[in-house]
Design a binder for this molecule. Sequence first.
Ligand SMILES: [Zn+2]
Length: 92
Amino acid sequence: MIGSLGAAPAGGCSRAGCREEATWRIDWRNPRIHTGDRFKTWLACDEHVEYLRGFLESRSFPVSVAPFAAEGAAEAAAADAAAAPAGEETGA
Ligand SMILES: [Zn+2]
């Protein structure tokens, strides 16, 4: 059941049965069981992000959706950015 999802995000969509790579992260909390700043994070592929957000919004949970990049990919992108040439600002 979707309510029993408790595993830490591992880069895959949180939708039951979906094995797509996640491209969105959904941070949410259940005010009745999550106190203070505690929240849970689901991951979602493009196909299921709206489904999962709707699932939470239908329960009036605070929901925040943001683009997600797997940790390895994010680190690689950061490294690429640091090593990238400055582009057009090389003149003078
Ligand atoms: Zn999915």
